[in-house]
Design a protein around this ligand. Structure first.
Ligand code: DON
Length: 586
């Protein structure tokens, strides 16, 4: 295990200096030819949406339209993002939320320092390290995933409000108005909405408030084309519009949350809600072939490992090796294994544990790791069994990317963890609670729903944020915002985002091609490359020949991206993996 993880502590050595020089040389030799214009449209199979003044990519057409309207009316990217965040809580309740949390990355168009707003959920004060273990020390998944104890203290309302306060130009009331209207007057149900509720029926109808909120009186799911209204949610949102975040963390809504908890052995108290605080964090920063990569810092593992993997891959002429060729996929898989092994050991909430982010993201450490990769052989991940990985394939988080006419960029990923989170609706308040507590390590070495292993660094502690993989990312080129991206997908978020970065930077794809291209994933444990459909049998055979186990999986991630061309043209790429995804610009 240790051998695979290596030592990420920063170490100034001669070897490190040499690898830095080598990386610089490689960047100069291989990177520069890649620096040509991105938006190659003629002769391509996929075409991004184009605009000049503003661009929005979200996973729901209505949210995209509403956010674009904010931009057209003179609002900035943060105004549009906060408005979209609240709108998605209405139109896409399986992941859009006010009962969960997430991360927003903001990079001003004037080249000022990017900033991350961390509104991840926290463990309630009553949480304990072994709360999800039974008397025999076995993890009880039912409790960590589908009970009131699964819910962390929600951060979304505080996070979106803080973003608006710091960088917005419209009031919270204005940002909430479209969401309140959609909740009160209803919206036309897309097929995907109906399908989601049918798929999750068993899990959701157990809870009377969830059944009453999301299903018709006769128990059927709202049908495509019908109008779906959420009056209780409208009232809950109105209280936030009237009173600010206090309209959620105190007063009527807080009372309803706490009563819900008390009826079912839940842990969240009034004090947990009143004391919840979002945090301003410095994003993780790295470079890749002359581009500046900014992504989410702990308590997400996303940015750290995206930069770590890119640092390793920078040593290879990826463009020459070819997109999705066996040679490229092999190197990517080996680098991913190393990163996910480190994730399991080192990553957690930096308010509680020391995380060696500097070391993990250093070029020197990457050079040392890269030196251990055999180009001709897959290294077995470990002797440790991965347990029972990712049984919840229909999980859903949601990401949106927005750029305004001033070049300001917002990259936001938020979630209630699984599709529909815990499945529990706060009675009387009309919104679903997250089941984010499952992202903690319930017991060292026992995988969570995404097959991710953790230990000491990610153990449950009161007030602590559970480790995430969410990776809102912004790339700058020559000091200006260039690529805004991010994805849902649990453990696959990191690798999904990574591949869009590589598709643009290494393979020079336009943003829609980069988003649409088939993806692969390796997370150390289980020891297999997951691949979407679209890789050739020859490639798979070559990879198997190197010793990889390959499994063909369902589609991974739903990445929503915006790219800013050299002439300022905006290109939107919405992920076809979600039928409701939409990019729109003007
Ligand atoms: O924070 C995390 O990493 C997870 N709770 C995200 C869950 C997710 O992306 C689900 N779906 N696609």
């Amino acid at each position: 295990m240790d051998r695979v993880m290596g030592n990420p502590q920063p170490e100034i050595s001669r070897k490190c200096v040499w690898s830095l020089l080598a990386a610089l040389l490689i960047t100069l030799l291989v990177g520069l030819p890649q620096a040509r214009a991105q938006a190659i449209l003629e002769g391509e199979r996929f075409h991004p949406v184009q605009g000049t003044q503003g661009m929005v990519a979200t996973s729901h057409t209505l949210a995209t339209e509403i956010a674009l309207e904010v931009l057209e009316n003179g609002g900035n990217a943060v105004d549009a993002a906060v408005t979209a965040g609240f709108a998605l809580a209405v139109t896409q309740p399986r992941s859009g939320n006010i009962g969960g949390g997430g991360f927003m990355l903001y990079a001003p168009g004037d080249g000022g320092a990017p900033e991350a707003i961390d509104y991840r959920e926290t463990a309630p004060a009553g949480a304990t390290e072994t709360m999800f273990q039974n008397a025999d020390g076995e993890v009880v998944q039912q409790r960590s995933r589908f009970s009131h104890q699964a819910a962390g203290v929600p951060g979304t309302v505080a996070g979106l409000s803080l973003a608006l306060e710091r960088h917005g130009t419209i009031s919270l009331e204005q940002a909430l108005a479209p969401a309140i209207k959609l909740a009160r007057e209803g919206f036309e149900v897309p097929r995907r909405f109906t399908e989601g509720l049918e798929q999750a029926r068993e899990r959701l109808e157990r809870w009377p408030a969830t059944k009453a909120t999301f299903y018709n009186a006769d128990g059927s799911a709202p049908q495509p084309g019908s109008v779906f209204r959420q009056p209780e949610l409208a009232d809950t949102l109105q209280r936030i519009a009237d009173q600010g975040p206090k309209g959620f963390y105190e007063g009527e809504t807080a009372r309803l949350i706490v009563e819900e908890m008390q009826r079912h052995d839940g842990l969240i108290t009034l004090e947990d809600l009143q004391t919840y605080q979002p945090a301003i964090r410095e994003p993780v920063h790295g470079t890749y072939r002359g581009h500046d990569i900014y992504s989410m810092s702990p308590p997400s593992s996303g940015g750290t490992h995206i930069v770590q993997i890119l640092n390793i891959l920078e040593h290879y002429p990826i463009a020459e090796l070819g997109h999705n060729s066996a040679a490229t996929v092999h190197r990517m898989a080996e680098a991913m294994k190393l990163a996910y092994a480190d994730r399991a050991k080192y990553l957690g909430d930096t308010d509680f544990v020391d995380v060696p982010v500097t070391g993990l993201t250093s070029k020197g450490y990457a050079a040392a790791l890269q030196a251990t990769i055999d180009p001709d052989r897959a290294r077995p991940s470990s002797e440790i069994s991965a347990g029972n990985p990712a049984p919840w394939e229909s999980n859903e988080t949601t990401h949106f990317s927005i750029v305004d006419r001033w070049g300001n960029a917002v990259s936001n990923t938020y979630t209630i963890n699984f599709s529909y989170g815990s499945g529990i609706t706060v009675a009387g308040a009309g919104f679903l609670l997250n089941n984010e507590m499952d992202d903690f390590s319930a017991k060292p070495g026992v995988p969570n729903a995404y097959g991710l292993i953790g230990g000491e660094a990610n153990k449950i502690e009161p007030g602590k944020r559970m480790l995430s993989s969410m990776s809102p990312t912004i790339v700058r080129k020559d000091g200006r915002n260039y690529l805004v991206t991010g994805s849902p997908g649990g453990s696959r978020i990191i690798t999904t985002t990574l591949q869009v970065l590589m598709n643009v930077i290494d393979h020079n794809m336009n943003i829609q091609s980069a988003v649409s291209a088939p993806r692969m994933h390796h997370q150390w444990l289980p020891d297999e490359i997951r691949m979407e459909q679209g890789f050739s049998p020859d490639t798979i055979e070559l990879l198997e020949g190197l010793g990889h186990k390959v499994s063909i999986s369902r589609a991974m991630g739903a990445i929503q991206s915006v790219l800013i061309g050299e002439d300022g043209t905006l290109y939107g790429g919405a992920d076809p993996r979600r039928s409701t995804s939409a990019a729109m610009g003007y």
